[in-house]
Design a protein around this ligand. Structure first.
Ligand code: SAH
Ligand code: SF4
Ligand code: F3S
Length: 439
């Protein structure tokens, strides 16, 4: 009987793409996808270590997997991704039932590590030699997918004071443009109409390698037949340049939504974080984008309670939010990560105070999100139909170019681009009805 693998992915889209590669590799090695953990012979945790909470969740899962393994002989546990890279040997010391610990640059040899584990030989593979051989592995694409994520780079050179990513993902490396373009051409041939380009700092794409610049990469992707929508995450506010900004005016395939993590609205805190931009510079890029593409949507990431953050600093963050009125945002309480500069900083914010700031920020964001969604009521929006609505199987769901989820009736087939009249707004999504004509 063929063996099966169950993959659980934590963290960001980078990990999601790596998991899709891991599945491709295991599938070529003869493994099937296990529908549930209980059906699986091999479980693969693709981990994240961005905040302490992520670590705790993974170690708690590993506890459960010890009993899972004991229930049937021959079962294997493999742990990859950022926490595996960070904790390495220590992870196996804490969870000796783990058969394979593999880092973020050690994906390509996964089937070989599994074969060894079958012979009771554990592996710990953590080398960061920057040889990104796993980039040659085509990520598994679910049947009928119309949107796909494409990693264009890996790692980060920014070393923001709080962030563990450069430590666990290594230095920034960009993929060759020719490889990215051929992956996207192949995706388009399989019905994909939207690509989401992934990197920790997409605006510095190719600079180190002397590859074509990011705006040129966007142009070439836009020229690929059948690609109707291009998105990218994440833009760094310091590196988002005029050429890329201008493309929002010229290039229709470039979706009018920019995720631009601000982190803090206080210049003093931005400086301490080592972000490399001021509140004023950030706002002027937002203004420029709004002028060139009216109606463009913005989302952001925020950290509250960074060491030394005062009530006044925090109010600066709220005031930028008031100016921009982000469509949505992710916000987190500062979490001290081993090996980062912020972990050495002495003036800590009281955790209760930080929790209260987070609550205030999220309350303001909820208000802005509601406001941004309700302005859509009565308008016609263009939606790429992605599947069946999670709330109601009789409805379809899709996303607008501005990245808003819309649930609607009746129900065009997946992959259609339709004009939808927005009739209502929920907390995070819109409700609408389909117009008969094609957009
Ligand atoms: N490359 C992206 C962010 C990747 S991490 C960028 O530069 O914006 C995703 C988000 O996690 C960050 O934007 C930040 O808001 C949050 N984050 C990262 N490290 C954190 C920490 N130590 N504590 C709390 N939040 C953190
Ligand atoms: Fe982390 Fe900063 Fe790099 Fe983003 S840009 S991944 S926050 S170090
Ligand atoms: Fe987490 Fe690694 Fe992504 S730390 S957020 S999975 S790059």
């Amino acid at each position: 009987m063929r063996r099966s693998v169950f993959i659980k992915t934590f963290g960001c889209q980078m990990n999601a793409v790596d998991s899709a590669r891991m599945f491709s590799l295991m599938s070529s090695a003869g493994y099937l996808a296990a529908p549930t953990l209980e059906d699986a012979d091999l479980v693969l945790l693709n981990t994240c270590s961005i905040r302490e909470k992520a670590d705790q969740k993974i170690y708690s899962d590993l506890g459960t997997l010890r009993r899972w393994k004991q229930r049937r002989p021959g079962r294997l546990v493999a742990v990859g991704g950022c926490l595996a890279q960070q904790d390495g040997e220590a992870l196996r010391a804490r969870a000796p039932h783990v058969d394979i610990v593999f880092g973020t640059h050690n994906i390509a040899n996964l089937p070989g590590m599994v074969r060894k584990a079958d012979r009771s030989l554990p592996t710990i593979a953590l080398g960061m030699d920057e040889e990104m051989t796993h980039w040659d592995v085509v990520p598994h694409l679910p049947v009928g997918a119309v949107s796909a994520m494409v990693a264009i780079m890996q790692g980060c050179d920014n070393f923001c004071a709080y962030c563990v990513v450069p430590l666990v993902r290594g230095r920034e490396v960009s993929r060759r443009a020719a490889d990215i373009l051929s992956e996207i051409r192949a995706l388009a041939g399989r019905g994909v109409m939207e690509v989401v380009l992934l990197g920790q700092n997409v605006n510095s794409y190719g600079k180190k390698e002397g590859e074509i610049p990011f705006p040129e990469l966007l142009r070439r992707i836009s020229a690929i037949e059948r690609i109707r929508r291009i998105r990218f995450i994440t833009s760094h506010p310091r590196d988002l340049d005029d050429r890329t900004i201008r493309l929002f005016e010229e290039m229709e395939t470039l979706c009018p939504h920019v995720h631009l993590p601000l982190q803090s609205g206080s210049d003093r805190i931005l400086e301490a974080m080592g972000r490399g931009y001021t509140r004023g510079e950030y706002l002027s890029k937002i203004d420029a984008l709004r002028k060139l593409r009216p109606g463009i949507a913005f989302s952001s990431d925020f950290i509250v309670g960074f060491p030394g953050e005062t009530e006044d600093d925090f109010r600066e963050t709220l005031s930028v939010m008031g100016e921009v009125r982000f469509d949505s945002s992710f916000s987190f309480r500062f979490s001290s990560r081993p090996g980062t500069r912020a972990a050495e900083m002495k003036v800590m914010v009281d955790p209760m105070e930080a929790a209260e700031r987070l609550r205030r920020l999220q309350e303001l964001q909820a208000m802005h999100t509601r406001e941004r969604l309700t302005t859509q009521i009565g308008r016609e929006v263009t939606v790429l139909v992605e599947g069946t609505s999670a709330r109601d199987p009789g409805m379809r769901c899709g996303r607008t170019a501005c990245n808003k989820t819309v649930n609607f009736t009746p129900g065009s087939s997946v992959g259609a681009i339709r004009s939808i009249l927005v009739t209502g707004a929920g907390t995070h999504s819109l409700v609408g009805a389909e117009r008969t004509s094609d957009a």
